[in-house]
Design a protein around this ligand. Structure first.
Ligand SMILES: Nc1ncnc2c1ncn2[C@@H]1O[C@H](COP(=O)(O)OP(=O)(O)OP(=O)(O)O)[C@@H](O)[C@H]1O
Ligand SMILES: [Mg+2]
Length: 374
């Protein structure tokens, strides 16, 4: 087991810098997930940790040991990829034992480790089969088993579940969580799927364009995204963004004019530096919007409601995501809100939504989040 730290790590391919100034600390025994859009550098960062690529600058430590110049075989990592690359002519047992045989491990130890790994992965009954007689999920388990038998200090997974169907992916996710609990080994898992990241990670590292945008627990990222990129990336369906400008601020609340009815109050954490007229982006998640009646408001303040008409509905069964064209001065993207799946929606139907001050997010001109009130 090992803690991993990286200082100002950069990677260039020719003139293209694909990893920029990454400083990162992963705790011993942690399940860390690297997430980000395609091409943002997730695999490259993982390969730098594995030693499959050399850094162009910076250093990498496992515990207190500098491993920057070490070969992959000297780092004690095991990597599992999307493609399983099992040897087709060997049995499951031999596939799992292969790496240990190469290292001249004695046969009793090999047998013990393969049996133990097969037990953990629940593939003991498959040990004599050839890979072609296995399902995709079973093959992926063998690939993971091949990694476990080596007792690595760190497991590195690069999109290992991408080839599996949706149901099997969910099952394998739970199994990976169980595996992590049972082994307690540091794991780093790469995915572009934010749902996978949210459900697996102790902490998520959000990457974008070779840079770390934010590191935090799934709920920290959900409640307190550092910027527009993280806010838009974490959460499904994604957060709604509406451009607006500040019309008033009293330290606890900022009133934002979004060009659609009354200004929207947003609760903020600290006396905001945003003066009147400051351009901002208001964010609100589909699950935080609720339908209301136009005049429904207990006090005498103008209601922070937005009005619009239904343009599209995505039915998921238990819930539906309704797209609303807002009544605005300037055209904006449809606002998406979550509704009960039993309700019938007609295209063109008018809807009023309530915007709750403590459920809204605010971002300044540069895209940085304004601290939230809670
Ligand atoms: N050997 C290489 N030579 C040149 N450019 C490379 C090389 N490997 C990767 N890149 C580039 O580096 C960037 C990051 O690639 P990387 O494979 O790390 O992305 P990723 O986040 O894993 O993407 P995906 O989700 O599609 O797997 C990409 O723009 C890619 O084209
Ligand atoms: Mg990749």
């Amino acid at each position: 087991m090992a803690a991993i730290s990286m200082q100002t790590v950069a990677k260039r391919f020719g003139k293209t810098e694909v990893i920029r100034q990454v400083n990162l600390a992963i705790n011993d025994g942690e399940f860390a997930v690297f997430v980000g859009p395609s091409g943002c550098g997730k695999s490259t960062l993982l390969r730098l940790i594995a030693g499959l690529e050399d850094v162009s600058a910076g250093s990498i430590q496992f515990d207190q040991q500098d491993v920057t110049a070490l070969e992959p075989s000297e780092r004690g990592v095991a990597m599992v990829f999307q493609s399983y690359a099992l040897y087709p002519h060997m049995s499951v047992y031999d596939n799992m034992a292969f790496g240990l045989k190469l290292k001249k491990t004695d046969s009793t130890t090999i047998q013990q480790r393969v049996q133990e790994s097969a037990r953990i992965l629940q593939i003991e009954h498959l040990l004599q089969r050839k890979p072609k007689a296995l399902s995709g999920g079973q093959r992926q388990r063998v690939a993971i088993g091949r990694a476990i038998v080596r007792k690595p200090r760190v497991f590195l997974f690069d999109e290992p579940l991408s080839n599996l169907d949706a149901a099997l992916r969910v099952q394998m996710r739970l199994e990976l969580k169980r595996l992590h609990r049972e082994l307690g080994t540091t794991m780093i898992y790469v995915t572009h799927d934010q749902v996978e990241a949210m459900t697996l990670a102790d902490r998520i590292v959000v990457l974008n364009g070779g840079k770390v945008e934010q590191v935090g627990t799934p709920l920290e990222l959900y409640h307190h995204p550092a910027n527009l990129f993280v806010a838009g990336f974490i959460g499904s369906p994604k957060m709604n963004f509406i451009a607006g400008k500040v019309v008033a601020s009293n330290g606890k609340q900022v009133q934002v004019d979004i060009g659609a009815g009354n200004p929207i109050p947003v609760e903020v954490g600290e006396a905001s530096a945003l003066g009147s007229g400051a351009p901002v982006t208001l964010g609100v998640r589909p699950e935080h919007l609720s339908v209301t009646r136009a005049s429904a408001n207990g006090n005498n303040e103008p209601p922070a409601n937005v009005e619009g008409t239904v343009v599209a509905v995505e039915h998921l069964g238990s819930e539906a995501y309704v797209h609303l064209n807002l009544k605005t001065d300037a055209p904006v993207e449809p606002l998406v809100f979550r509704a009960n799946g039993d309700v019938v929606w007609e295209t063109g139907q008018p809807v009023v939504l309530k915007m709750e001050p403590h459920k809204c997010y605010l971002f300044d001109d540069s895209g940085a989040a304004v601290a939230r009130g809670h």
